[in-house]
Design a protein. Sequence first.
Length: 289
Amino acid sequence: LEETTTLNNGVKMPRLGLGVWKTDNTSAKESVKEGIIKGYHLIDTAKQYGNESGVGEGIKEGLAETGMNRKDLFITTKLFNGDQGYQSTLDAVNGTLERLDLTYIDLYLIHWPVDGKYIDTWRAMEKLYHDGKVRAIGVSNFDNERLQNLLDNTNIVPAVNQMEFNPINQEKGIVEFNNHAGIQLEAWSPLGGGEALSNPEIKKIADKYSKSVAQVIIRWDWQKGIVTIPKSSHEKRIIQNSDIFDFKLSDDDIKTIDAIDKAKRSLWYDDFGWHNPEGQVVDAVDKWD
Ligand code: A2P
């Protein structure tokens, strides 16, 4: 769990972390504390999750229990859509730091590409980086077109692009673009919201190694070099999801999982109206304010 990948600005980021999406403050506090005690160094939250203060408390308790220091952890959070724009981004980070009760963030991501705003937003992210409030800056849910636009019009190449990535939705074109641009891909919803967890082909591989389907999926991310942040609110699963270092998938296993891809983003996108019928990301400011 201490193993890291080196981002394009030289900062080291742990390769497996704990996600806390859909987790309220109380539960986030417990998960984060438990996660740190069980060896997780990377914690991934967002203003939009509404649990930054719970995460902050969990960090404090986890550090106290383990005797580790703040610098041993890698904390990611994300800029809320409604805060996009140059000045509002500069202002928003202060609230986030206050809720997390931290003096800096390790990785700050633009949560979604709000069209017409994400370039100005990125310029503010660049300032936060230069000012030392964040150690690395990145994006989330950026398709290749928007990423290219960002690269063409700004100075710093994002360190990370966090995308939905799992056996059901492998975003092969985006993975290729990011690899080529030197942007680390990070998987949100790595377990694929249930459909991947019940996949019979992955189950067969899991049985072969006496591991769970979740462990096989996380190991698949690991071997592909994709940073992954499975979420669980259950202590047993938090432990299980980090127990992936006593087996190795064969090339054939990896090919089998690669072939499961349905290029199918989770329904969740559509439920929240973040895609129009043509599949383009829509400006979600109204929905989140
Ligand atoms: P829970 O929090 O109740 O454990 P993802 O990170 O892909 O979004 O998936 C998270 C979902 O998968 C959550 O609903 C989580 O539920 C569940 N989950 C997490 N770890 C495991 C596991 N090891 N086995 C089965 N389900 C899991």
